[in-house]
Design a protein around this ligand. Sequence first.
Ligand code: MGD
Ligand code: MGD
Ligand code: MO
Length: 801
Amino acid sequence: MAISRRNMLKGTAGVASLSVLGSSPLGAVGVFKKTEMIPHATHFGPFIAKVEDGIMKDVISQKTDANPSIMVKGMIDRVYSDTRVKYPCVRKSYLEGKKNNREKRGKEEFVRVSWDVALDLVAKKLKEIPRENIYNGSYGGWGHVGRLHNSNIVAGRFFNTTLGGAVGTDGEYSNGAAGRVNPTIMGDMEVYSLQTSHEEMIANCKVYVLWGTDLYKCNKIDYVVPNHVNDIYYPKYKKAGIKFISIDPIYTETAQMFDADWIKIRPNTDVALMLGMMYYLYTSGKYDKKFIEKYTDGFDKFIPYVLGKGEDNIPKTPEWAEKITEVPANKIKELADLFVSTRTFLAGNWAMQRAQHGEQADWALITLASMIGQVGLPGGGFGFSMHYSGGGQANSGYRTTPGLSQGRNRVETSIPASRVSEAILNPGKEINFKGRKIKLPKIDMVYVCGASLLGHHPNTNELIEALRKVDTVVVHEPWWTPLAKMADIIFPSTCTLERDDITSGGTYSRNVIYAMKKVIEPIYESKDDFEIFRLLANRLGGEKVERRYTGGKTYMEWIKGFYEKSDGPVFKEFDKFWKDGFVEFDIPEEARKYVRHAEFRADPIENKLATESGKIQIYSEKFASYNLPDFKGHPTWFEPAEWLGGKEAKKYPFHLVSPHPRYRVHSQLDNTWIRDIYKIQGREPVMINDKDAQKLGIKHGEVVEVFNDRGRVLVGAFVTPNIRTGVVAIQEGAWYDPEDRQAKKPRCNAGHVNVLTSSRPTSEMAQAISANTALVNVRKLDKNEVVTPYKSTSVPDIIGA
Ligand SMILES: Nc1nc2c(c(=O)[nH]1)N[C@H]1C(S)=C(S)[C@@H](COP(=O)(O)OP(=O)(O)OC[C@H]3O[C@@H](n4cnc5c(=O)[nH]c(N)nc54)[C@H](O)[C@@H]3O)O[C@H]1N2
Ligand SMILES: Nc1nc2c(c(=O)[nH]1)N[C@H]1C(S)=C(S)[C@@H](COP(=O)(O)OP(=O)(O)OC[C@H]3O[C@@H](n4cnc5c(=O)[nH]c(N)nc54)[C@H](O)[C@@H]3O)O[C@H]1N2
Ligand SMILES: [Mo]
């Protein structure tokens, strides 16, 4: 399946860039290679692509990247991967039309078709199926960093400008619980807000609590383009003598880097730990009474619960917390004492709210930080974004690259993130959501552009069952991802390297604008998502509708427009910027003094929070009025449905967590050689404690099965003392690959973690995903057991290829 050189060379003329004519070894006899150095940027970093005779040969990092990630080196393998979707394809039975044979999705061959055939089929369905029954699953924004070709935005714009919209996702996979709670408690989501600057942290912080926060790993990528500047600051934190404490079932790379004290908490029990600390701080009188009085509301309605007076009559003592968390009561008191007596920063992660009752984790952490009383002080208080997209970096203050707008979605129904499979399986079901009742819509068509629904959604087998029920599944993808294989119609998209775009650098620093120049011509028959939607728009409503979608502008007009709406032109004319590949802004010294919540602390009347009382809402009347069994008016400990302290742990003795991957963005790069850095026998590793492994007779590097009632996966054992006993970890994002496609609930040979996770919602309030709440067992394979060898992900059979 070698790539055809002819296809790749097709139309290389016209790539405008710094062009160098380099001589080949045959130069002496007059054969020249055309070498070009073309700037581009991705979620993995900014780079200059070295292109010889139209073929990308190397990736050299740009100077705006302080510590380039090896991931950018995967770009070449990725663009020329055997897993590229080369031409439009339609599932065989679907194309034959008579009987759709929905249950054959993911099981049968595809047929290669022309663009016209594929586009006509999709346009016909879009005309037939009402927009209220189309699920636009183009969630997230992780496909592409460009402001013009962002796959999800382009999809949204298409639906909104042609059909008036489609059913979307309500709430996030990242912060589904926090996003519903924090705005009411703090008047802000907190998870995407500017953090106290590294400078202020290093100068003032004495105790830095990594509350499940993996700074080093999670900052390897950025929602826009990373600069990896955090990696320059970390040694300075260390030099400043700041004490790090890591509360995490895993002793992460970050914790190792800072020689952190490791609190080996049981997963999903953080709220109990926080309550134990709060009980101790209250009863010992050591908490900051002045702060509580001046800056918070509802403490008096919360404390009876902590003391066990009313409601459940259980005092939340450190001893009570010890039983739940397995953190010794003395340690709980010691930590609480340390936190109130020293300048302490609580860095909250997002994984603990991606668990059942995840709403409580953020709420309890904010309440604990309030009792400690350092919110708004430099180096103290709390932050929920130090691990994200360069959190802690100062902001340039400049406006950078707005993007394509989506327009208005007139379809009012949307599906809460955790309920996608259920909506398809139980249309019309009534559920509670954000204090209201909603009805789940009936979905006949699933349409995904630039997201990996089969990768990101919990409980893969349930989702596959659901996907085999709908009338039509359409996917835009550059690669044969697991979801692409489940489609009826697959459009081959170009990837980032095959089109011009523009974006900014540093989600928080916002100090660079990047030209994302086309590096190579589109390979095979791929087309830009923007163009695919243009062709569909035309089929749906002729030139008028097409124009509404395109805005009547060319790509370069859009790109130039985004540039000129930013502060960029102050520094460089567009043509110069496009030639140079980037423009960088200084970060004002003043910005490096930023302290989160300092204004509120300085004057809580003038700078009141956008909450019920203008203060931190420890108790919320609004929330209490929802009257839900699993979400109250104040932070509450709820026992998860699956956890190490519950009955189910007898059958499934390991708690499974699914951290974000070190060497990928979710599923992206799983089809490149980068996988060789960490895969075990071609599969995703499972981290397992050495003592647990010993008990099971499992050796490092062997293939094992991890399973529960929801499914089974094969993974490679990574035996280590750096995970607590009773917990196993499989990174999210491996490409689902069933051993036997025809089987019901087949075993996944690649180790895709969502085969094991549950789609249970966090609560009836947020209805967010709870991927980190799952119990499993681990099985050593029998000596004679046959497993299908596994190297890497495959492409389906295609008739007419
Ligand atoms: N178990 C578990 N599950 C999780 C999580 C977890 O912690 N545990 N985390 C959740 C979170 S926080 C998130 S954000 C989600 C992430 O879920 P997704 O955002 O869906 O994950 P990605 O794998 O990044 O998906 C991006 C897709 O876009 C495709 N793509 C790239 N470029 C282009 C393009 O130009 N055009 C088109 N059409 N496609 C393109 C890629 O091939 C890839 O399939 O996962 C969630 N799922
Ligand atoms: N390299 C890389 N970085 C990324 C991403 C990526 O795909 N790759 N994705 C980005 C995205 S979209 C997101 S949403 C963020 C995710 O940010 P997070 O959700 O914060 O990151 P995770 O890696 O899921 O989890 C971080 C840590 O939480 C721990 N943890 C799990 N459950 C619990 C618990 O119950 N209690 C405690 N105390 N700790 C727990 C895990 O062991 C892990 O070490 O990361 C972003 N950064
Ligand atoms: Mo995310």
